[in-house]
Write a protein that binds this ligand. Structure first.
Ligand SMILES: Nc1ncnc2c1ncn2[C@@H]1O[C@H](COP(=O)(O)OP(=O)(O)OP(=O)(O)O)[C@@H](O)[C@H]1O
Length: 267
């Protein structure tokens, strides 16, 4: 799915928390959404998901159900059911108390595909999603008994079960051990689906993302390939840290070595 973020801005609590963002994440690839706490990443993901209408600008997507060559449309104008089939958002918080099994939680991702009368669930899609998220072994467990990392895998499986054309992930590596972080990001990178993931780990972003968007106080501070964007000057300006940017000996990707604390605190 093609996605264009066109001058998007919105206020929350009377403040512009997303303030005029223009970006075109590459279709079919993994884009990292970076920036310090409070920079506006979650809010931008909710705008892109169509859950929050922008006060200014528009989030434009190609409608997969429209004839080819049809113009892009604002995502929040897509009918809800159609949007739910094509756009999946994995949010940061999950409710731990719902009395469902893991398989039932993942099957929630299939709701937009159900016929009006049917109770039919596409077990194949649920199984594929559980497998892809390395959560097949959890299928019969009660959701409320899972650890944080296990819950995160199941949430990812639910988003994948939706078989979206646009996948939006808010800190998907949260709670995951290092091996699960690597396999999740390798999986979504190779999925061929337009994916935007808010990430705090700059080295994971540098290693797996085709493109990164760096937000700072609601504005786009930089966008492009990780090697072009993740420079010491950018890290100092946006994160207030001192860092050296090395090259990975085998992949050639940037490796960020933090060398000092807050540049602000050192002043
Ligand atoms: N409902 C709300 N009302 C008022 N302010 C809000 C609301 N939701 C978010 N904000 C503020 O908007 C700003 C952006 O928040 P957002 O959650 O988008 O940032 P973020 O980059 O995802 O942060 P983090 O890395 O900490 O998750 C923050 O200053 C936050 O306090």
């Amino acid at each position: 799915m093609e996605l264009r973020i066109d001058g998007v801005a919105t206020r929350l609590g009377g403040r512009w928390v997303v303030d005029g963002i223009d970006a075109t994440p590459p279709p079919g690839a993994l884009t990292g959404l970076l920036g310090p706490n409070g920079a506006g990443k979650t809010t931008l993901l909710r705008l892109v998901a169509g859950l929050l209408p922008p006060e200014r600008g528009a989030v434009l997507v190609t409608d997969p159900d429209a004839p080819s060559g049809a113009p892009a449309v604002p995502v929040h104008a897509l009918p809800r059911r159609r949007r739910a089939r094509h756009v999946a958002l994995l949010e940061q918080e999950s409710n731990a108390t719902v009395p469902l099994s893991v398989r039932e939680v993942v099957a929630l991702g299939r709701i937009p595909y159900r016929s009006l009368w049917g109770t039919d669930v596409d077990d194949g899609a649920v199984d594929r999603a559980l497998g892809a998220a390395s959560a097949a072994h959890l299928a019969d467990r009660a959701w409320s008994t899972l650890s944080g990392g296990e819950r995160q895998r199941v949430q990812i499986a639910r988003a994948l079960a939706q078989e979206p054309d646009l996948l939006l992930l808010d800190e998907p590596t949260n709670h995951l051990d290092v091996s699960a972080q690597l396999s999740l990001l390798a999986f979504v990178r190779d999925l061929g689906v337009t994916t935007v993931a808010a990430l705090h780990d700059l080295n994971l972003a540098a290693a797996f993302c085709t493109h990164v968007l760096v937000l700072s106080e609601g504005r786009l501070a930089a966008a492009g390939a990780p090697a072009d964007v993740l420079t010491p000057a950018l890290l100092r300006a946006v994160y207030r840290v001192e860092a050296e940017v090395l090259r990975h000996p085998t992949t050639g990707r940037p490796v960020i070595a933090l060398t000092g604390g807050s540049a602000e605190a050192d002043r």
